[in-house]
Design a binder for this molecule. Structure first.
Ligand code: ZN
Ligand code: ZN
Ligand code: FE
Length: 756
């Protein structure tokens, strides 16, 4: 990979050890030739791997001996036009320790310079326009390096050798602050911005991949104002902190979480809220978790050096629209939201959101795997993309997978490398769709690939399905939950037949029903359905995913018949809507059937009075999980049934659990205990079905996937049960279990089918 300081590192190491030879890139990767005394060569081989620069990694190292040639000196060979190898681009990386030290060193020429970077850190993917990754092909082409910067750039021993974004206060990007009307605010922009933030104002900050909106995280008034102006009612907001010490004042950061928080990708990490911390309750209402990111740019570091406490740091966009990228765009689209704008003139080529990673608490991790920390991305973007994911079976053909429709990503697969795009967002939004089209083109260009096959979802009316069909090439449609399972297999490097548990919200099934609680027996190419949640009717179309009483009505109608509206929770629902739904449920008209686990969780949250409306996706499920996590003791699962159906797949019937929930909640049993018991029932039912499937098929590997797997109680409860039953459990670690990971599974499934 270019621009990660690998060649200069090799140069420095070889020179230090007095070795002769050279380093360069060719079609196959990097090559190094070293010549010298055996002890020094051994040293070299060890230190090459041990002291690798932070952004470099060695995928495979091959050693061979050559007769000595009596060379002297060590060279960095000019790279030839080396095609795909040269095309690999690094993700954006957080400021390294060396740059941070220079940033706060009054004697350094980049003292307090907000755009300091080096080969070990700084922007990469977000500034690239085309390959190869050279300065003229990035947004840094607008700046001509001063002689001092140029000398660093040219000298192999410099930490800034070939650092494309290299810059200094004399020659590089600059920072300025304007008010809401776009008028310049005098004085030091950092100090003035920090003053405004301290005073409770909202400041739009231009970052690496787009704009953020920031305000004090400890001020109810500031947070509520931000929510109001941004039109973001309930969805949790992330916060940014200046140090780990600051993070620990507001959350429980365990070892696993701390490790992810300090990774060079610097994602937002979801950790357990600390009660009594200084964070406003309006930051993440109804969640047991708080999303925290550690300052990752020089600009962040400078702001926190002004003595600021934790800040809310949320994406700078009007609700649900793509991120603002350019200065003018932000001044227009965020007018009325921000009180001031901290702007700069380093162009952003790729808008890229912050990544979000779930870190399960140590106690929960022990239930899954005592050795491995349970961390996985929920949103994979800045800091990880475009790092390739290595898949176990190489594909002879280039496959482009276009993903689902929400939390969309695309994936290009060729050989063993699958490159998954950043989170693009909700494709029904026109601007997001345009970004999807642009990303397809960019990926083809960056990777020098022309797809031979396009993989898409089976859903006939997803915009991505339409696009795939209209593209004019070969198309492979992959069933949604099969793709989820294959994505989990691929990133775990496993192949062949497995049992896949897909706990999901919505996915199109081969029978036209809305699937979402599935146990599959599959390999990469094909699947059979071993078990699924027993179908229930869903009234209300799109509203059924928002109004949590709707799935509750459909489920309870099955158990209680026409008496279902008598359950006390329904007193909170508008009588007319209730009457209409009652008529539809008992009428002859055919309602859509679903096996969605997401909607089942919604129903439970509704019946326990925890959430009537999904103001954002997963709100009810989060409220249910947060309540369950507060339960003071272990509880037994509620009753469920596993029924052998005539069609073949087992039916997981959780309606008895739901009915019991209604009875016990009326009887006064604490909501927390019931929420916990419900989680236990779901985990027990799926584990039970997987175990029966394992007995029938003699398979012992189980992949856990789907959007509901972000629920840690479900994930850990399920994994622990399966492991106790002697099964091998695989979970997501590098791609999201939800629809953000779908494209990877689609690509691998399509490749497997073609190969077959
Ligand atoms: Zn650096
Ligand atoms: Zn300079
Ligand atoms: Fe899904």
């Amino acid at each position: 990979m270019q621009g990660v300081g690998f060649r200069p590192f090799v140069y420095r190491l070889a020179t230090e050890l007095g070795l002769a030879g050279g380093v360069g890139n060719d079609m196959a990767g990097a090559f190094i030739e070293v010549e010298g005394p055996p002890a020094a060569l051994d040293d070299f081989a060890v230190r090459l791997q041990r002291e690798l620069p932070p952004m470099a990694s060695i995928a495979e190292l091959r050693l061979s001996e050559q007769p000595p040639r009596g060379q002297s000196g060590f060279r960095i060979e000019a790279s030839e036009a080396a095609g795909r190898q040269e095309a690999q681009i690094a993700p954006d990386a957080a400021t390294c320790d060396d740059c941070r030290r220079e940033l706060f060193d009054p004697a350094d020429r980049r003292y307090r310079y907000a755009f300091i970077n080096c080969t070990n850190c700084g922007p990469r993917y977000s500034i690239i326009r085309r390959v190869p990754y050279d300065r003229p092909n990035t947004t840094m082409s607008a700046f001509t390096m001063c002689p001092t910067c140029q000398a660093e750039y040219d000298h192999p021993a410099s930490r800034r050798f070939h650092a494309q974004p290299n810059a200094c206060p004399l020659c590089g990007p600059r920072l300025w602050l304007v008010d809401a009307a776009g008028r310049p605010i005098d004085g030091d922009p950092i100090a003035r911005a920090a003053e405004l933030l301290s005073a409770g104002r909202i400041v739009a900050i231009r970052g690496i991949g787009g704009f953020h909106l920031a305000c004090r995280a400890d001020s109810d008034e500031a947070v509520l104002t931000l929510r109001l102006r941004k039109g973001r009612e309930s969805k949790p907001l992330a916060i940014i902190v200046g140090s780990m010490e600051q993070a620990r004042t507001c959350a429980h950061v365990d070892v696993a979480a701390a490790e992810v928080m300090t990774e060079k990708g610097r994602p937002i990490v979801l950790v357990a809220h600390r009660d009594g911390g200084a964070i406003s309750p309006h930051v993440a209402p109804g969640c047991g978790t708080l999303g925290i990111t550690l300052a990752y740019t020089p600009l962040h570091a400078l702001l926190f050096a002004q003595g600021l406490g934790p800040l809310v740091m949320t994406s700078g966009n009007p609700s649900d629209e793509p991120l603002c990228r350019d200065n003018e765009e932000a001044l227009t689209r965020l007018s009325g939201v921000a009180d001031a704008f901290l702007l700069h003139d380093r162009g952003i080529e790729r808008r890229i959101d912050d990544s979000v990673v779930m870190a399960a608490p140590a106690a929960a991790v022990a239930g899954v795997d005592a050795n491995a920390a349970l961390t996985f991305p929920i949103r994979r973007a800045r800091g990880y993309v475009p790092n390739p994911i290595t898949v176990p079976v190489p594909s002879a053909r280039c496959v482009l997978a276009v993903g689902g429709e929400l939390k969309s990503t695309i994936c290009l697969l060729w050989g063993n490398a699958a490159v998954l795009s950043e989170h693009l967002g909700e494709l029904p939004h026109p601007a997001t769709y345009r970004n999807f089209l642009a990303t397809v083109e960019l990926f083809k260009h960056l990777l020098h690939l022309e797809p031979e096959v396009i993989a898409c979802d089976l859903h006939p009316s997803y915009v991505t399905t339409h696009w795939a069909r209209a593209a004019g090439g070969a198309v492979e449609a992959v069933q949604h939950h099969h793709a989820h399972v294959v994505s989990c297999m691929a990133e775990n490097g496993i192949t062949g037949r497995v049992i896949g548990i897909a706990c999901d919200g919505t996915g199109y099934g081969v029978d036209g029903a809305i699937w979402g609680g599935e146990v599959l027996v599959c390999d990469e190419a094909a699947f059979t359905r071993a078990a699924h949640l027993r179908y229930y009717p869903l009234a209300g179309g799109d509203a059924a995913a928002v109004e949590t009483w709707r799935p509750a009505a459909g489920l309870l109608h099955e158990v209680l018949g026409a008496d279902w509206p008598a359950a006390s929770a329904f007193a909170r629902v508008e009588p007319e809507a209730l009457a209409l739904t009652a008529a539809r449920l008992s009428g002859r008209s055919r309602l859509p059937l679903t096996s969605s686990l997401g909607r089942l969780f919604d129903a439970a949250a509704f019946l326990l009075g925890l959430c009537d409306r999904n103001g954002h996706e997963g709100q009810a499920a989060m409220a249910l999980e947060a309540a369950a996590a507060r339960a003071s003791r272990e509880v037994e699962p509620l009753p469920y049934e596993i029924i052998a159906s005539a069609e073949g797949p087992l039916w997981l019937d959780l309606r008895p659990a739901l009915a019991q929930l209604v009875v016990e909640s009326a009887g006064g049993r604490p909501v927390e205990e019931l929420a916990r018991a419900f989680h236990e029932s779901v985990a027990a039912a799926f584990a039970d079905a997987a175990q029966r499937t394992a007995e029938q098929t003699s398979l012992d590997r189980v992949c856990l996937t789907g959007g509901c797997m972000v629920n840690r109680l479900l994930l850990c409860g399920l994994a622990a049960r399966l492991r106790r039953a002697g099964l091998k459990v695989f979970t997501h670690r590098h791609v999201p279990p939800g629809d953000g990971g779908l494209a990877l599974g689609q690509a691998v499934a399509a490749a497997a089918r073609i190969a077959r």
